[in-house]
Design a protein around this ligand. Structure first.
Ligand code: BES
Ligand code: ZN
Ligand code: ZN
Length: 496
């Protein structure tokens, strides 16, 4: 998608123009203002029923000029118009325009500044919302029709040309497309997106954005003693991968933040087998890895002044004569031993070794992202990401980032008593499943046992990684949740 500023109505040519209307846009002063901006060309429309409630869309044919149609976006009462609402409205617009195949989309930036939103914010939210809302997963149907060209060009129509608005739209574009790539990874079936394929994708990203890579295969993992991820992989005929990407803002790679992702490409549960209904959808058990890769793509595009590494543990969790079993005792990369009580609690095992490896690579702050427990869905529903942390200040910065991105997160406690239960085993240092109560806390808390004193945040996205039905930003399926928040966090750490 190309982005340009346009200042002259005469030269504005697009398939559609998007314009914001708040409750006052259609009173007499509002109409005069619209008429002035559009040389009287809107006059004929203004008598029509244009809906002004928040997120209401009204599409009307244009009366003249180089624009065949106008899409009005309702902004409601400007006093309670929030950025998140506007992003959602653009998401809905993107969804609608996708169906119609609008290749060139213009946006009337001044209609949003008139409603109290800065030109930069309006441009950013337009680009991000349209790209998110127009997402489609192509799938593998053989009768695929060529979809109409969509969003090849975004024109920012403003009376005064603003380079800042163009730059802001470019950021929105980077955010939107990176989330969409993460969604596609989540939507891909596990016979296609294997651990090996995921590592190849990471290498493609590295090529494009100049990241350093380190990809470990099974033999190297065995040499290093990554007994936890290897146990999960034991029943599989697919090789595991430990994927490392480094974005080096400085040559010495000092003080790096590590983004650690659960990349379980399919989770059968292993011998603690999932029931037939619970197993469908487990191709999405790599949503954490997708979030990390999506965030790295934004980082590659925007090149912040902050060192960041991605560490992803990728494998499937299968059953076979070789698979690991309940009662097995395994030795993790850290040296800590683990009694396996449940082979379906595999994500925490994968993350244990990934987190240990990130620490060895010098991580001074850690965030792990994982579709870790059904418990987080019971506790918070499908629209809230669960959080654990060991560091108040880091959490506060993270919380601010999540507010910026509009991705809702909620923190749960992790107490000394919880830790005691994780350390309860007659035969090992830890057990991987202390009980079904406080489920999400034990999942994340287990990962915390490998973190030590390093400031750490755990994100359980089991509920939020996959949308059960279509929503404002597109179809059901992968959401790319946390891609934007992680990238925002990097931006906030940059200025620290
Ligand atoms: N991948 C699942 C968690 C999950 C559940 C993700 C639903 C997405 C939707 C995870 O590996 C798992 O199976 N967790 C178990 C843990 C239990 C055995 C301690 C669970 O949540 O039941
Ligand atoms: Zn599992
Ligand atoms: Zn899992």
């Amino acid at each position: 998608m190309k982005i340009h500023g346009v200042t002259e109505l005469e030269t504005l040519k697009a398939d559609i123009l998007i314009s914001g209307v708040d409750k006052n846009s259609l009173n007499s002063t509002g109409r005069k203002e619209l008429d002035r901006r559009f040389d009287g060309r809107l006059a004929g429309w203004l008598g029509k029923a244009i809906k002004t409630e928040q997120k209401e869309l009204t599409q009307l044919p244009a009366l003249s000029g180089g624009i065949p149609s106008v899409l009005f976006i309702g902004l409601g009462d400007r006093a309670d118009l929030e950025e998140d609402t506007l992003r959602e409205a653009f998401g809905l617009a993107g969804k609608k325009l996708r169906k119609e195949g609008a290749a060139t989309v213009a946006v009337d930036i001044d209609s949003f500044t008139a409603a109290g939103i800065s030109a930069e914010d309006a441009a950013y939210l337009t680009a991000e919302g349209l790209v998110l809302g127009s997402y489609e997963y192509p799938g593998m149907k053989t009768d695929q029709r060529e979809s109409a060209p969509f969003l090849d060009e975004l024109l920012l129509f403003t009376a005064e040309d603003s380079e800042d608005a163009t730059a802001a739209a470019e950021i929105g574009r980077a955010f939107g497309y990176s989330v969409n790539e993460a969604r596609t990874l989540v939507n891909m079936p596990a016979n296609v997106l294997t651990a090996v394929r995921m590592a190849e994708y990471a290498e493609e990203l590295a090529q494009e954005y100049g990241f350093e890579t380190e990809i470990l295969g099974k033999a190297q993992m065995e040499e290093l003693g990554m007994g936890a991820i290897l146990a999960v992989n034991q029943g599989s005929s697919e090789e595991p991968r430990l994927i490392v990407l480094k974005y080096k803002a400085t040559e010495d790679f000092s003080d790096p933040l590590a983004l650690v992702g659960k990349g379980v490409t399919f989770d059968t549960g292993g011998y603690s087998l999932k029931p037939k209904d619970g197993i469908v959808g487990m191709k999405g058990d790599m949503g954490g890895a997708a979030a990390v890769l999506g965030a790295m793509r934004i980082i590659g595009e925007l090149r912040p002044n902050k060192n960041v590494m991605a560490v992803i543990g990728a494998t499937d969790n299968m059953v076979s004569g070789n698979a690991f079993k309940p009662d097995d005792v395994i030795t993790s990369l850290s040296g800590k031993t683990i009694e396996v009580l449940n082979t379906d609690a595999e994500g925490r095992l994968v993350l244990a070794d990934a987190v240990t490896y990130a620490k060895r690579l010098g991580a001074t702050r850690l965030i792990d992202v994982a579709t870790l427990t059904g418990g987080v869905i019971v506790a918070l529903g499908m629209d809230k990401t669960g959080v654990l942390t060991n560091d108040e200040e880091f959490f506060e910065t993270f919380l601010n980032a999540s507010k910026e991105s509009g991705e809702f997160v909620w923190r749960l406690p992790l107490t000394e008593n919880d830790k005691k239960r994780l350390r309860k085993s007659d035969v090992a240092d830890l057990n991987n499943s202390p009980g079904r109560d406080g489920h999400m806390i034990f999942g994340g808390g287990f990962v915390g046992e490998f973190v030590g004193e390093t400031p750490w945040i755990h994100l359980d996205i089991a509920g939020t990684s996959n949308a059960p039905a279509a929503y404002d930003f597109g179809p059901k399926g992968g959401t790319g949740v946390m891609v934007r928040t992680l990238a925002m966090l990097v931006e906030q750490l940059e200025s620290k």
